[in-house]
Design a protein around this ligand. Structure first.
Ligand SMILES: Nc1ncnc2c1ncn2[C@@H]1O[C@H](COP(=O)(O)OP(=O)(O)OP(=O)(O)O)[C@@H](O)[C@H]1O
Ligand code: SF4
Ligand SMILES: [Mg+2]
Length: 371
């Protein structure tokens, strides 16, 4: 069940602090920052204490851009999304940090400090989320038309005709046979069609920012391709800002302007997509790139798994959290957690040896062979 009791008091970030700490937007983009997250930490209560799933995240998102949040299972991607929408489970809490959101009128609001009744005007109207496995979350006993109408009604839109017209338009925009789908029940639709419906539903109230959590997971590769094309076309037609969550860096590279790589709750690399994709500076980003087949291109590329597994968040390794799995690790890595540093051109990485990082799969194969 959703909890809205975790709100933390907002301390406005000074321009100076923001300049010092922020993960900045692309050098090219001069659009205003609409979401500014600072030092965000989110914890889950466990039988042995609080477990930090998001650890000190800073993130700025500019109007109109698409930012991909990439990482293995358990790296904290969904937790970030739920925190921003204040939809964390009751056993979770935002233990520190702020998130300042600039709404469409240009007014800045404190997402974590707002009263519940005020926040309800932000959720879905301003910021919407397509949940992980959303294709399975449509109400099975409601026709698609009713699901859209009930969502609209809950936000004060009661004109059935207007909601119908908007729904039909959105279903067309996600490239569905709108009239048929409008009258259908979810079980009459394929997984890919239900995912398109979920994406259309998230757009019903014209949000400024959409968080898409793994929109292609559990879909076959052709359907994945189709969903990516739908999202691209929607971005061309509707002017929304997007956070795209995925474990697949090559997929994100197709959609995003910038990429943030998350490991064990921290952002360890951030930058324009071409930089992170072609010249990754954190070994973990390289590992993610080598671990999945690209969905574009015809060349066969051998895959290399990242050795080991994600750390137990209750017993984090000393120093750099990635060091037990990193082929570039040296003595300092086990002792000192590297800060995220600016490498120029808004490309940032948290790695002591970022200048030595290469994409050469042989480096990883040697580590795998060494056990
Ligand atoms: N409701 C919960 N209660 C306790 N721990 C949770 C809960 N939800 C997530 N976690 C833990 O928080 C950490 C981050 O989980 P999260 O779901 O945010 O990761 P993710 O990056 O979205 O992973 P995936 O790619 O599998 O969706 C994980 O260790 C996970 O086990
Ligand atoms: S700091 Fe060291 S262990 Fe961490 S990613 Fe860089 S090289 Fe690897
Ligand atoms: Mg997730």
């Amino acid at each position: 069940m959703a909890s809205e009791t975790n709100a933390r008091r907002y301390t406005p970030a000074t321009a100076e602090a923001a300049a010092k700490n922020a993960i900045r937007g692309t050098a090219e983009s001069t659009a205003p920052v609409i979401l500014s997250v600072r030092d965000l930490a989110v914890e889950y209560k466990t039988s042995v204490g609080w477990m930090q799933a998001v650890r000190g995240v800073d993130l700025d998102i500019r109007q109109g851009e698409a930012v991909a949040l990439i990482g293995e299972s358990g790296s904290g991607k969904s937790t970030m999304g739920f925190a921003l929408l204040r939809m964390l489970v009751r056993s979770a809490r935002i233990s520190q940090g702020t998130a300042v959101y600039r709404d469409r009128s240009g007014k800045e609001v404190d997402l974590f400090g707002m009263k519940d009744k005020d926040f309800r005007k932000v959720r879905w109207n301003e910021i919407a989320m397509v949940f992980q496995a959303a294709q399975n979350s449509l109400n099975p006993v409601m026709r698609i038309s009713d699901t859209f109408y009930e969502t609209a009604r809950a936000h004060g839109m009661t004109d059935r005709k207007a909601v119908r017209d908007k729904t039909i338009d959105l279903l067309k925009k996600v490239q569905l046979d709108a009239e048929r789908v409008y009258n259908a029940y979810p079980f009459e639709l394929s997984g890919g069609m239900r995912q398109r419906v979920s994406i259309a539903l998230s757009l019903l109230l014209d949000p400024q920012l959409i968080i898409l959590d793994e929109p292609t997971t559990a879909l076959d590769i052709l359907t994945q391709r189709a969903i990516i094309d739908v999202v691209k076309s929607l971005r061309d037609q509707l002017d929304f800002t997007m956070i795209f969550i995925s474990h697949d860096l090559s997929l994100a590279a197709e959609l995003a302007d910038r990429v943030a790589t998350m490991y064990a709750g921290e952002i360890v690399e951030y930058g324009p997509v071409r930089d992170v994709f072609y010249q990754p500076k954190h070994p973990y980003s390289v590992g993610l790139l080598n671990a999945v087949p690209p969905i574009v291109g015809e060349e066969f590329t051998p895959l290399t798994a990242i050795p080991g597994s994600t750390p137990n968040l209750l017993r984090m390794p000393t120093g750099c959290p990635f060091h037990p799995r990193c082929p570039f690790a040296t003595e300092i890595c086990a002792k000192e957690d590297p800060p995220l540093v600016d490498l120029g051109g808004t490309h940032m990485a948290a790695c002591h040896h970022h200048d030595k990082v290469t994409k050469d799969p042989a480096v990883w194969e040697r580590m795998e062979a060494a056990g």
